[in-house]
Design a protein around this ligand. Structure first.
Ligand code: GLU
Length: 446
């Protein structure tokens, strides 16, 4: 099996972490099975779609490490939709309706008042030719509904197991608006069939669409693809993520300095049977994805989880992988500096703060009682060259000379050398600070 999957965002905003979950699950599924990944930009809603958002989507996917095998835009594919619509009209599966939004609303309210489900009553199918002609003469243009067959739609969902949806509970969906533009429910099926999509993997908010879309596939003479509806990611407070409102956008997470693989690990592993871990590559992440074992309840995104994954990922990063970024941040010190600080960073850019501690100036807060200790320590600093062993040799000498040990010895040394009472190992920082500067910070004279 070489599957073809697709990720189909509408370019109406920036991708958020929930969209990343869908995109990644598709990409990883393709990786698992040697398949193809298509990016389909659902841009038929011209009022809300923007070219800039489409570009941002491509860029954000690239940041996550997703390079589509093919990118298509629905706005380029109108001829296919027209041909498919003509076929459905010919077969009597697409029928014209003239109700206005207000009329439909009134119908629904009456149905609810009588305790009935608000399902479209197919009144348009019962109109006489004269009644239709009268509506057209009023200047009304029809919208077009798909005639659902009155049968249950079933499929074996790769995430949710066997599904059974009686069509009687659903309204015949509108596939074409009054102005002739097509709705997503329809265009998506035409594209999935045309592009040979074998697996439609998307959020569980599309389950009802699937029931309808399977009937559309069949009406167009296509065997439906396999379907998988994964659970959704919700914000910490339980609220839905929204592309239009920009909640938890990938851009914002990137700007906050999170690594793409920290974001990807969280987006995929949250709500899975796997431990939440920072995984180093999409290939490795693919090995941990099992559609059938994703949680069935919404997963809550917690920024604290992302921060923790990011810290672990950064702490394990090799110098070669960050060298360019460090130099663009103006951070020096090479591999030795990176080794010293990487375990103390929330995000890579925090290295700047530590680099400033190395080059100084620092403003230590020294208790007067500690001055003699620090002066003695300055006096006992060995000659350069220094390495990782220098600190151990030096503090042993300071301890012997002053009788101080433990916190009483280390806390003032750390405060004097870095201006802080916590941070990376002093044995790694000391050679980076260098003898002359260390003596100055200890309050001695060089
Ligand atoms: N454009 C649709 C959306 O963003 C695509 C859904 C699908 O995957 O079919 O929700």
């Amino acid at each position: 099996m070489h599957p073809t999957v697709r990720f189909a965002p509408s370019p109406t905003g920036y991708l958020h972490i929930g969209n990343a979950r869908t995109a990644l699950i598709n990409r990883l599924f393709a990786l698992q099975h040697g398949g193809r990944f298509i990016l389909r930009l659902d841009d038929t809603d011209t009022a809300r779609s923007r070219a800039a958002f489409a570009e941002a989507i491509v860029e954000d996917l690239g940041w996550l490490g997703i390079a589509p095998d093919l990118t298509v835009r629905q706005s380029d594919r109108a001829a296919l939709y027209e041909a498919a619509a003509a076929r459905l009209k010919r077969d009597g599966r697409l029928y014209p309706c003239w109700e206005t939004a207000e009329e439909l609303d009134r119908k629904r309210r009456r149905q609810r008042a009588r305790g009935l489900p608000p399902v479209y009553d197919r009144a348009a199918l019962k109109l006489t030719d004269a009644a239709r002609a009268a509506l057209e003469a009023e200047g009304r243009r029809p919208h077009w509904r798909f005639l659902l067959e009155d049968r249950a739609v079933v499929w074996d969902d790769l995430c949710r197991g066997p599904q059974h949806h009686p069509a009687a509970a659903l309204s015949d969906p509108v596939l074409i608006r009054e102005d002739g533009t097509c709705l997503y429910t329809f265009t998506s099926v035409v594209d999935d069939a045309d592009l040979g999509i074998t697996h439609v993997i998307r959020g569980e908010d599309h389950v009802t669409n699937t029931a309808v879309q399977i009937q559309i596939f069949e009406a167009l003479g296509h065997a439906p693809p396999a379907f998988a509806h994964h659970n959704l990611l919700v914000a910490a407070g339980g609220e839905e993520l929204s592309k239009r409102k920009g909640t938890l956008s990938l851009r914002a997470l990137r700007e906050a300095g999170y690594e793409p693989m920290a974001v990807a690990s969280l987006a995929v592993l949250i709500g899975s049977a796997e431990a939440l871990e920072a995984v180093a590559s999409l290939e490795e992440l693919a090995g941990r994805l099992d559609l059938a074992r994703l949680s069935r309840a919404p997963s809550r995104f917690d920024i604290g989880d992302l921060a923790a994954l990011n810290r672990k990922l950064v702490a394990a990063m090799a110098y070669e992988d960050v060298a360019e970024r460090l130099s663009s941040l103006g951070v020096g010190g090479g591999a030795a500096f990176w080794q010293a600080v990487r375990g103390n960073l929330d995000v890579v850019a925090d290295a700047v703060g530590w680099w400033n501690r190395i080059v100084g100036p620092v403003a230590p807060v020294i208790a007067p009682d500690d001055r003699p200790l620090l002066a003695e320590a300055a006096r006992l600093l060995p000659d350069e060259p220094w390495d990782e062993t220098t600190f151990g040799t030096w503090v042993a000498a300071v301890k012997a000379a002053t009788g101080k040990s433990g916190r009483a010895l280390f806390a003032p040394l750390r405060q004097a050398l870095t201006g802080l009472d916590h941070g990376p190992e002093l044995k790694l920082l000391l050679p980076l600070i260098g003898r002359e500067e260390a003596i100055r910070r200890l309050g001695g004279t060089s």
